[in-house]
Design a binder for this molecule. Structure first.
Ligand code: DX5
Ligand code: ZN
Length: 233
């Protein structure tokens, strides 16, 4: 399994001071900037587009992780690639031709991810896993920050971890929604290596403390799993 990354979601940042917020969470230890794009069609909420991605790019000294909650997706991909996205993920329900959309992302030299909602079955990964750089598992229904973590995400994380390990490629396993200091250990123990956190980072204002706590909890959870595995080896 590759490193352990914390990806603050800008959805919970102060949008009037977005550049400063990006700088602040990076100084506080963020490994990625998670950028939630919502279109009031695929999801009920409406957020930001490529212009805002481009505007934060000079402040983002870590990769920008674009999570597209839009339908259709293809037209936005070149726009976000040109706006500085390092990773672009989309929901399979939002694309008519998943393989084509993945190829489109990769043709721009951007890493490609597929996002699974809480009720999306894992078989959407069957024929595309080898083309992915990232699997993003939703642990809330997409559309809003600050929702409660859905516990059935945990066995799903374990199942995707097994698939990724069997595939043998360095595919990141990211979890998004309701991740906080109370569940980060279980999320990482189940096999996630990248934790999105919006409200858990931005609420309260102590970004460095929040990110450090999430990382410590996640590393503790991972260590438990590794110890368990080696005792059963
Ligand atoms: C939800 C978004 C998430 C959200 C996470 O649709 O994809 O990235 O901002 O926020 P929290 O961590 O508050 O659940
Ligand atoms: Zn997201």
């Amino acid at each position: 399994m590759s490193g352990l990354r914390i990806a603050p979601s800008l959805l919970s940042a102060d949008f009037a001071r977005l550049g400063e917020e990006v700088t602040a969470v990076i100084e506080a230890g963020a490994d990625l900037i998670h950028f939630d794009v919502m279109d009031n069609h695929y999801v009920p909420n409406l957020t930001v587009g490529p212009l805002v991605c481009q505007a934060i790019k000079p402040h983002a000294t870590v990769p920008i992780d674009v999570h597209l909650m839009v339908k259709p997706v293809d037209a936005l991909i070149p726009m976000f690639a040109n706006a500085g996205a390092s990773i672009i993920s989309f929901h399979p329900e939002a694309s008519e031709h998943i393989d084509r959309t993945l190829q489109l992302i990769r043709s721009h030299g951007v890493k490609a991810g597929l996002v699974l909602n809480p009720a999306t079955p894992l078989n959407v990964l069957d024929h595309v896993l080898e083309q992915l750089d990232l699997v993003l598992l939703m642990s809330v229904n997409p559309g809003f920050g600050g929702q409660r973590f859905i516990e059935s995400a945990l066995p799903k994380i374990e199942a995707v971890r097994r698939r990724i390990d069997a595939c043998g490629r360095d595919i990141w396993l990211e979890v998004d929604g309701g991740v906080n200091a109370d569940n980060a250990d279980r999320v990482a123990a189940a096999g996630a290596d990248t934790l999105v956190a919006g409200s858990a980072v931005f609420t309260g204002g102590r970004y460095a403390d929040s990110i450090r706590t999430l990382r410590e909890r996640a590393l503790a959870g991972r260590a438990q799993t590794l110890a368990h595995e080696s005792s059963h080896a």
